[in-house]
Design a protein around this ligand. Structure first.
Ligand SMILES: Cc1cc2nc3c(=O)[nH]c(=O)nc-3n(C[C@H](O)[C@H](O)[C@H](O)COP(=O)(O)OP(=O)(O)OC[C@H]3O[C@@H](n4cnc5c(N)ncnc54)[C@H](O)[C@@H]3O)c2cc1C
Length: 438
């Protein structure tokens, strides 16, 4: 299926018009689309569900939409699950749960495709746990010349070391094999806390149970903490009563924020008092549910986001400085800052490559200027070697990024080898990786 079309991402800050849109089904059709583009000197972008805030998925010429290549291939007795590239995470979670399996860790939402999420280094939280890409056991790629390559720890390990966070620059993912684990429940505990106490005992708090994160409401010292503890098999589920889930997750989390955002747009001076109200409205609660239902929330209020990965031990100082900037500066930030952690991994372009990491994310409403708020995060995180999430807004170019990743040139050399003509590229990849040097 081919046609001409336009595209915009979830946040609405990235758009493309007049692109060739191809919906391949199967590796042969992916290969044919790549060969056709290469022969006519056009560049190709596979796209997931458009949840990246950067222009990483924005097509220059040809867009590959993998909605006809989105099935479950296999789940074996050891929990190795193989899916086609376009499978959305929310469908995979349901397919796995029906068979008694679950993914080890997830981010905040499940609307992304598996390949899209993996390709930008999507992560959740957990001091002992890596991002989603650390769950990959094998990848089948269709390379820019239409040939196939399977990589794993044993097959083309040099490709596997990079392609698990491949930025859509090394090949089009055909299938992914992930290691699932027996389905488990999480006990979720949400509590208010003060920023000062969290920063004083940051490492202890963030590793106080399996999956810990907190939201800090700028212009206040108020935070909401979330601690999710993995429970042994057979644990009894105590999900939130339906009315409470709707009230707290839909009405308070989404609608209260929508109100704050709308009011803040009109009168920025209202944001600090409204942030304090939001923080107070989200009180303590505890519940137990299947892991994927606890990890994931709905995000109805559209926003744009910047997120920096910093060495974990530098996070308290970064947050203290951001607090100082938020208090002293003119900018009024309506959305909370989200703070998460991950274990070091061995994937060259991963934001947690080679170091235990804390993630610090700032958000502003869609269609507003992030102005000095994102600039402040970028500057403070940059002073400690922060690495921006590949799917979230940042202002760095190839030279700045090279200085933040010891194995950066490993990735660009592999790209030049696998795609010497730069078929899998776009203007954004030219900025963050440089033009392909074949
Ligand atoms: C509301 C919201 C919440 C979010 N929460 C989190 C979170 O908790 N944690 C986190 O880390 N991030 C989070 N993100 C960011 C998001 O997970 C990433 O941007 C992710 O890459 C989006 O996946 P997608 O399917 O939309 O891919 P897209 O944004 O469409 O594409 C991302 C990249 O994947 C590539 N790609 C897609 N398919 C293929 C393929 N078959 N082969 C090769 N490359 C491919 C694209 O070319 C592009 O480079 C969030 C984003 C939003 C909007």
């Amino acid at each position: 299926m081919t046609g001409s079309g336009s595209w915009r991402n979830w946040a609405g800050n990235q758009r493309a018009t007049g692109v060739d849109v191809v919906h391949p089904s199967g590796a042969d059709e992916i290969a044919a689309a790549l060969r056709r583009a290469a022969a006519t000197g056009r560049r190709v972008r596979p796209v997931g569900s458009g949840h990246s805030f950067t222009a990483i998925a924005r097509p220059d010429d040809v867009q590959l939409v993998l909605d006809r290549h989105a099935g479950l291939v296999d789940v074996d007795d050891a929990g190795l699950v193989t899916v086609q590239a376009g499978m959305p995470l929310h469908r995979l979670n349901v397919e796995l749960a029906a068979r008694g399996w679950a993914l080890t860790n997830l981010g905040d939402i499940d609307r992304q495709t598996v390949s899209g999420a993996l390709s930008t280094g999507t992560h959740g939280t957990g001091a002992r746990f890596g991002g989603l890409a650390t769950q990959i056991r094998a990848l089948e790629l269709v390379l820019a010349d239409g040939s196939r390559l399977r990589c794993s720890a044993d097959e083309h390990p040099d490709v596997f070391a990079a392609a698990r966070v491949g930025l859509g620059a090394l090949g089009v993912i055909d299938t992914v094999t992930l290691q699932a684990e027996p389905a488990f429940a999480l006990r979720a505990e949400e509590r208010p806390a003060r920023l000062g106490e969290l920063l004083d005992g940051f490492e202890e708090f963030m590793s106080s149970t399996d999956h810990v994160e907190f939201y800090w409401f700028p212009h206040t010292d108020r935070c909401l903490t979330k601690r999710n503890t993995r429970l042994p098999p057979g644990a009894e589920l105590e999900p939130l009563p339906r009315w409470r889930a709707v009230w707290e997750d839909e009405v308070l989390s989404n609608a209260v924020f929508a109100g704050v955002v709308a009011a803040g747009r009109r009168v920025p001076a209202l944001i600090p008092p409204l942030a304090a109200v939001s923080a107070r409205a989200l009180g303590a609660r505890t519940w137990t549910d299947a892991s994927h239902r606890v990890f994931v929330s709905r995000r109805r209020v559209r926003f744009v986001e910047m997120e920096y990965a910093v060495p974990r031990d530098a996070a308290p100082a970064v947050l203290a400085e951001l607090h100082r900037v938020a208090t002293a500066g003119e900018f009024r930030a309506a959305f909370p800052v989200e703070v998460r952690v991950a274990a070091a991994d061995d994937i060259a372009p991963s934001t947690a490559s080679g170091r235990d990491t804390a993630y610090i994310a700032a958000h502003v409403p869609a269609r507003t200027d992030p102005g000095s708020w994102f600039a402040a995060l970028e500057s403070v995180a940059g002073s400690v070697g922060g690495r921006p999430h590949w799917g979230k807004l940042h202002g760095l170019d190839v030279d700045a990024l090279r200085s933040r990743y010891p194995r950066f040139d490993e990735f660009t050399a592999l790209r030049a080898r696998l795609d010497p003509a730069g078929v899998l590229g776009n203007a954004h990849l030219d900025r963050v990786l440089g033009p392909v040097a074949g």
